[in-house]
Design a protein around this ligand. Sequence first.
Ligand SMILES: C[S@@+](CC[C@H](N)C(=O)[O-])C[C@H]1O[C@@H](n2cnc3c(N)ncnc32)[C@H](O)[C@@H]1O
Length: 287
Amino acid sequence: MEITRSDIKLVRELNQKFFGNHLGDQKEHLILNRLKKLYRSQSAFKNLSDMLDAVARGEYVQEFINAFTTNKTSFFRELIHFDDLRSRVFPEHFSQSNEIKIYSSASSTGEEPYSIAMTFLHYQINHPKAINATVYATDIDTDVLETAKAGIYNLIESDSPFPQWIQPHHYFQRRIISEYQHPLIRANETMKKITNFKQHNLLDHESAFGSICFDVIFCRNVLIYFDAPNQDKVLRKLFSTLKIGGTLYTGHSETPITLFPYIEKIGPSIFKKISEIDPRNEPCIAS
Ligand SMILES: C[S@@+](CC[C@H](N)C(=O)[O-])C[C@H]1O[C@@H](n2cnc3c(N)ncnc32)[C@H](O)[C@@H]1O
């Protein structure tokens, strides 16, 4: 299969245009691999240029996006954030309210939002004031969202074990056996009731959940795929939906520099909102 310099250039432009995926010079190998894989999965095209022309015209865009997202995730990834949730955020929050709204903004296959849900359900056992939690979760990739909604995971593929304080059988059923005889786990109804998945492009002007204000936002390991202007754009939009005093978690290699006057760093990639960016804006108030 011939892939020309202009094909690669067009792939870079389309990634940037459709979902802000910034593919620098060092990503050429990734571009070639994913492009070949996408082309082989599509039977409707005579050749690769044909396929790219169709994507550029606005056809097969979702397939294109799904092929170029990077979805690596795991349960309780960066455990310190879940420890912070249960030891600082929940006690502070549930001393004043009995419900909490948490947003997992790039949720991939669901391990992050389900880890948040488990952390809440575990906390709830000994804290009767913690009555309700909703974990809102979005991703742009429709394939990973299907996996997330199904909530079925292969234990062997899960590279991050559950922390000691989590008893997985409280949150997952283990009865399903795959055709390969690997043990699978399926999120139970309580976990599914708490989580709410939706497709959303973080670069969209509108927020994913309208005027809902969040107490906590997870924006982890997604900013690294954007260029600096888009990182700032995404952060500002998310920040406008975080209530003052709310917590923002980012990935360990992601620093929200442009928010620094308005946040206080309180731990590794853990930030507390102290003010709105524009004081004339209505502050976000979580109900
Ligand atoms: C590496 S995963 C991170 C998953 C999880 N937050 C974690 O830290 O484990 C990045 C996710 O961001 C999603 N993503 C990339 N660009 C996006 C965009 N513009 N809008 C929404 N999601 C996006 C990808 O589909 C992918 O599932």
